[in-house]
Write a protein that binds this ligand. Sequence first.
Ligand SMILES: [Zn+2]
Length: 232
Amino acid sequence: MTVSASVSAVTDFEPAVATVAFVDLAGFSALTDVYGDESAVRVLCCFEQLVHEASGGHAPPIKWIGDEAMFGFRDPATALQMLGHLLPACRSEPRIPLTRTGLHHGPVLRRANDLFGSTVNVAARIAARASPGQMLATRPVADAATEAGIDVEAMGKIKLRSIAVRVPLYSIALAPASDPAWIDPVCKMHAPLEAYRRAPTGPWFCSERCAHAYRLSPETYGAKASDLAAPR
Ligand SMILES: [Zn+2]
């Protein structure tokens, strides 16, 4: 590429400010592995439908990267409004695993309908750092949430992959909290309410298939040596 060609390519990018959000399905790879591609696609279609319904009146996702939807909003309040529809809908849908959500607000470069830059990368890293069912965000989003009367918990400065400086993150409760004791360690489905009546003996599983996968290789699904040594 000549210098003049690269200069004209750069001018296609317009500076802007945006609230960038990533939402994905925790456990989607494990679910694909245990249940197969067709089941995974059914789960993905269900998630896509929930995103479509929640986006009504808002812009649709900028793009999908596998099971991850990327959104760009003009400000944190607009992001919270849309996610305030989406995340509770996902939480009460028993056919999909828990979601993980990450948000960051800052300068971006816009080209056509896509966004680029460090704000986008940080938002993606934050989503990857969230626990199943959790929404994590940076300060501007947390402030907007507090202003809107949403519960916000400071998580301290968190190390994000490929980012040198630790970032202060906040957990924002847009959807009912998930209970770690009732999250399938394999596919990250959360137990439906009726399952809460069962006495918990070890991890809860959505099916015998996930229980079987876990028995074959507990460490694959994050079991610690102390869990495995415990009497069953
Ligand atoms: Zn499962």
